[in-house]
Design a protein around this ligand. Sequence first.
Ligand SMILES: Cc1ncc(COP(=O)(O)O)c(C=O)c1O
Length: 266
Amino acid sequence: MTATAGCCSTTPLMWARPRAASTPSGGRCRAYAPAVAVAAFHPDVSRAAESLHAEFRAVDRALALNSSRVAAAFRRARVAPHHFGGSTGYGHDDGGGREALDSVFAEIVGAEAAIVRPQFFSGTHAIACALFALLRPGHELLAVAGPPYDTLEEVIGIRGLANMQNPNCMVMVDNCYGEFVETSEPAVVGADLIAGSLIKNPGGTIAPCGGYVAGKKHLVEAAAARLSAPGLGVEFGSTPGHVMRALFQGLFLAPQMVGEAIKVGS
Ligand SMILES: Cc1ncc(COP(=O)(O)O)c(C=O)c1O
């Protein structure tokens, strides 16, 4: 923010309380004018930001690529205000938002299909539906990136890790906090199914609730059957109020929010 030239200070300001100031003619200036010019950042923060310049450039590059991928998917699905309306009851009166959101999301993560719903309570709920879509009695679950977190232990039984050389393996990725961190997503490099939470990265800090499962179409349908009921699938479920709009908005802004979060954590 820069104060009005010829009226108040032209020092770039970051934090300034609104305060009336006198002009040379004795009149009152309406511009924001702090008594003391404030530096944009604390010197330590400025120094740290400068030392991280290369890292921040890399984050900005990923952010730009991810944002343009998201915008392209929105354009291709012709996302428009009629998609944002709420629905009630069974959700048969949905204005196409549910379908558009699913197809936009699938394209963004490089999957055949996706189900993105506020009815997923959380990431764990979406992951549980994905696991139920994949696993049958007698199947073996390998946790290749370390033991699953505590709350998943109720969903699965933990066995010892084994060598993962079996081509019949199906790969399911817990993508919570992974979305938009890189410039591609696990489905692009072969994951059969991914799952995550809209109250994390892909909700862009705006989605109030929800989760997603994305990947091979038949597996997404199987996960949808766990979310709803066998036979009901993905063409069901109302989204009351303004939630649908928030899901679209959050997804659109998600690359930006994730990029900023990475910078802050650097
Ligand atoms: C990697 C990972 N997976 C899954 C979850 C569980 O998600 P939720 O708390 O939405 O159930 C978390 C939560 O922080 C997480 O960090």
